[in-house]
Structures are given as structure tokens and as C-alpha cells.
Design a protein around this ligand. Structure first.
Ligand code: MG
Length: 169
């Protein structure tokens, strides 16, 4: 069986600056090279999938609807510069949630657990062995590892230069 390659992308600290629970339009600041990186990954044949922990929902800082609106705004902004996102998975859970329905001691979707990646692999016919994950936290790399995906830690600067270094040759 041959599945598609996917690039799993963390959101905060990878595609946008992490200002601490970004959720308002004014919080949306793209990382340098973000749209170009997504465009490059698409042109190399990768499905582009955002996988993001959003415990701000559990913490009552913003609603799930606000989160979806913010993600839609991000997708539109990336697309404006030619970076097409194929799917978004978000985990609104946290062990210390103030909102009970999002309270979970160790939700399978919350990275470092691989739930979002495994679901994307299933739903989009992705081959994890041909895929990669870019995150700015060790928990991103760990979630990738548990899903059988090669994880890479992005330490800032230009995302497109980072993607270029990962996919060269
Ligand atoms: Mg992050």
C-alpha cells in the first residue's frame, strides 16, 4: 500500500509567532518564510496538515469557535501568498481545564500524544514513513515519533530556509 507524504506543521512558533495563546486577528503574525515553506512543501508533493495544541480553549481564554475563526484567518493569509493548507487538527484539551468538557488528564490528541497525527494519517491516506513533522517543542517531535513520522525541531528564523534544508537532495 502506498500512501501520500504529509508535512505536519505545528502552528504557534512554526507558522505564526507564539505571543502566548494567540487567538485574535491582531495576534496573527506569520513566521518569516511561512507561506513560502508551505508552498515549497506542496510543490514537493506533501499534504500540508496543521496539528496544534490549543489549551487556551480548555483554560477559558477563548472559545472553540474563536479558535476555528483564527485558524481560517491563518489559512487565508497563507493562501494569499500561495501556501495551501490541506487540513487542520487542533486539541483544545488540558488536564487543568477550567471548562469541564475540555478537561482530560492525558487526552490522546494532545501532543506529545500522537492522536491528531494518527487521525490525519487514517483520514487522508498518509504514509507516515514518507512524512515529516516540524515543531518548535520537544513534544512535537515526540508526537511525530509516536506516529512513525520523522520529527524536526524548528528553532526560529526563516521557516522556508528550514524546510529547504530538510528537503534538499
Ligand atoms: Mg509550538
Amino acid at each position: 500500500m502506498s500512501g501520500a507524504p504529509a508535512a505536519f506543521l505545528d502552528r504557534d512558533g512554526v507558522l505564526i509567532e507564539d505571543c502566548g495563546y494567540p487567538h485574535k486577528p491582531e495576534h496573527l503574525v506569520l513566521i518569516p518564510g511561512a507561506a513560502e515553506a508551505v508552498r515549497r512543501l506542496k510543490s514537493l508533493g506533501y499534504l500540508t496538515v496543521i496539528v496544534t495544541n490549543q489549551s487556551g480553549v480548555a483554560r477559558g481564554l477563548f472559545t472553540e469557535d474563536q479558535m476555528h475563526d483564527f485558524n481560517a484567518l491563518l489559512i487565508a493569509q497563507l493562501a494569499q501568498d500561495g501556501g495551501v493548507i490541506d487540513a487542520v487538527y487542533a486539541a483544545p484539551y488540558h488536564a487543568d481545564a477550567v471548562i469541564e468538557r475540555y478537561r482530560h488528564p492525558d487526552h490522546p490528541d494532545r501532543k506529545p500524544n500522537p492522536g491528531m497525527l494518527l487521525r490525519a494519517i487514517e483520514e487522508h491516506g498518509i504514509d507516515p514513513s514518507k512524512s515529516l513533522m516540524i515543531g518548535d517543542q520537544p513534544t512535537d517531535v515526540e508526537a511525530a515519533r509516536r506516529a512513525g513520522v520523522a520529527g524536526h525541531l524548528f528553532k526560529g528564523d526563516n521557516l522556508d530556509a528550514f524546510v529547504q534544508s530538510l528537503t534538499a537532495g
